[in-house]
Design a protein around this ligand. Sequence first.
Ligand code: MG
Length: 283
Amino acid sequence: MNAFFHHAGCGMRASSLVSFTAWCLTSVLLHSANSFGGEYLSGIEWAEPAVVTPGTTAGAAPSDAIILFDGTDASAWQGVDRWTVADGALIVGKGMITTKQAFGDCQLHIEWASPENPTGTGQSRGNSGLFFGPYEIQILDSYNNATYFDGQAAAIYKQKPPLVNAMRKPGEWNTYDVIWQGPRFSAEGGLERPASVTVLHNGVLVQNHFQLLGDTPYNRPPRYKPHPPELPIRLQDHNNPVQFRNIWVRPITAIEANRTAPAGIREGTTFMPIDPNTKKTGG
Ligand code: MG
């Protein structure tokens, strides 16, 4: 201990050494208090996490999901009258379709299948897209179909290829599970927080909290243009009859918390406040 203090005290002024020594002694006391069963209390009273019944399979909608397509009812979408619902699937027709409801930060599940008998190559094979506002997660037949990597399935279009290619064969159902956090803009229109996205393709991590550089157009670099936190979700018509099913979304809502007491260590009837940021005890 003496050697430790001697070393730690090198170059310290006397006042610093005194406070450092007091901190060390307090830490030792706290450590010994913990050894005898003292309980750390954060002092924050959390709201109870809601009970959510998980789906029976990984892709089945949990109890609090908003259903965007269940195999028959496509009424959550605008423009869907020019698409086709058949055999439990929603098939790309003419024009993009757009959710009637706007969404911000959310968890989204979608299943999609490329045409079983593909035509075309590269970007012309099984192309569609999942858009959160102006930001596209690419949908493409990337099974033995070469194209630019930041344009293949599960790419953030023109910004970031997927970590791996987890594509199933044409005609087979793929899943995307997406954690989307939209950008935030100041009242003056400045970017306060870029959008970020995590994507699982068929249960495989392909985008890991990627921070978007802006929107995802074909013909110019990405850029951010201010918009509200919540925007519609869209599915792209790229002239290929891609099929969709089992689409659901869960808005991400921050859990409430209120500090109702200081943080500290409780042992028996005594309570020693502790600063959760510095770990130092207070008076
Ligand atoms: Mg596309």
